[in-house]
Design a protein around this ligand. Structure first.
Ligand SMILES: Nc1ncnc2c1ncn2[C@@H]1O[C@H](COP(=O)(O)OP(=O)(O)O)[C@@H](O)[C@H]1O
Ligand SMILES: [Mg+2]
Length: 349
């Protein structure tokens, strides 16, 4: 478990420290007090990425140049310092040159009220969910994703230039194809692994009311190289790369119908919980590690039935950081310290 957390110039906090317990830890406070930022700090410390933002730049406190976050996990000291020009990752005071070992230490699952976007929003949200999960399972995933994104950025920059020449463009194809094929394959395998676990979780939460099916929907039809060549006229017209993993998606069906168009709000929320519970289970059963659970603003918002069923399906041994604006719903949740956030400071209740 994570036994403490120290932040410096992190979001709205100049400096903050908190001791954490195993099991539940509750953080309450009005909107804008910094509850999500505390959960984000735990995520950034353990995974070197944020659950809510795709870059770390917005995490640096306004007017500052860098942030630092540190904490102890299984009596080891983790320490991460970030500035746009430099990142420093240290394990027991030893600066890490590669991140593999550091990232092997912990897994994180984040539940937030914005997760409904996973069903209702654009495909980018679903790719981010996959990326966040995959990077925690396969050390090769993040480097592959970064390499693909780099290749895509250069290629799109060329397509946006005044007169992109076909021969120049072709020089950008090989890296895009190489990293893209690898990335799609990793994502396809992950969705295949996830689908039965998510369906089972959906069945348990909904009392088998209907069936959830997940299927990987690749951003190219199968022959990436051929489709890339065929799409060139369209690319030159639209000035961007139109096929490839940056268009990957997950198709979600509830009772054989597209969940974003036909599922009720309750069903959509159940899909989201099933996806997150599936993520925890993959870490537990297939990776053998208990994840840290970040539960942001959702216990208070769920109806008692879904709240209870979520509670029943969360791994009981996992450490949990839970935020809410009030604690009215807490009675049958479980014990754990309650911290109140007020004026950027934490007070134990
Ligand atoms: N980089 C930043 N520097 C300073 N303040 C920030 C930064 N990013 C966000 N904030 C502010 O931090 C406050 C707390 O945000 P958040 O953690 O989301 O609060 P909560 O979850 O309690 O509603 C917000 O008022 C927001 O404007
Ligand atoms: Mg919040």
């Amino acid at each position: 478990m994570l036994s403490d957390l120290q932040l410096r110039n992190f979001r709205c906090f100049e400096s903050l420290g908190v001791e954490l317990s195993p099991g539940f830890n509750f953080f309450i406070g009005r909107n804008g007090q910094g509850k999500t930022s505390i959960l984000e700090a735990a995520c950034v410390l353990l995974r070197l990425q944020s659950q809510r933002s795709s870059t770390l730049l917005p995490v640096v406190r306004f007017g500052e140049k860098s942030f630092a976050v540190s904490g102890h996990r299984a009596s080891h000291l983790l320490d991460f310092r970030y500035s746009p020009l430099r990142r420093k990752v240290a394990f027991d005071h030893v600066e890490q040159r590669t991140l593999d070992e550091y990232l092997r230490i912990a897994r994180v699952v984040s539940f937030a009220n914005t997760d409904i976007e996973l069903v209702r929003g654009g495909s980018e949200t679903r790719r981010r969910y996959l990326d966040f999960l995959a990077a925690q399972i396969d050390p090769q995933y993040r480097p592959t994703l970064r390499a693909y994104e780099r290749a895509l950025r250069s290629r799109n920059a060329l397509l946006k230039s005044p007169h992109p020449r076909p021969r120049e463009l072709a020089a950008y194809d090989p890296p895009l194809l190489e990293h893209g094929a690898k990335l799609s394959e990793m994502r396809a395998r992950l969705v295949a692994r996830l689908a039965p676990v998510a369906s089972a979780a959906y069945g348990e939460i909904s009392g088998n009311a209907e069936i959830l099916q997940l299927e990987f929907a690749p951003g190219h039809g199968g022959d990436f190289a051929r489709e890339l060549t065929e799409s060139k006229p369209q690319e030159l017209r639209l000035r961007q790369t139109v096929v490839g993993p940056h268009r990957d998606d997950i198709q979600m069906l509830v009772a054989a119908k597209a969940a974003n168009q036909y599922a009720s709000e309750g069903q959509q929320r159940t899909v989201v919980l099933a996806l997150k519970i599936a993520q925890s289970r993959i870490f537990m059963t297939e990776e053998g590690t208990t994840p840290l659970l970040l539960i942001d603003d959702i216990f208070g918002e769920l109806d008692p039935m879904r709240r209870n069923s979520l509670l029943q399906h969360l791994p009981p041994e996992a450490q949990k950081l839970v935020t809410a604006t009030s604690m009215r719903w807490r009675e049958n949740i479980g014990d754990g310290p309650v911290w109140e956030l007020k004026d950027r400071a934490l007070v134990r209740r």
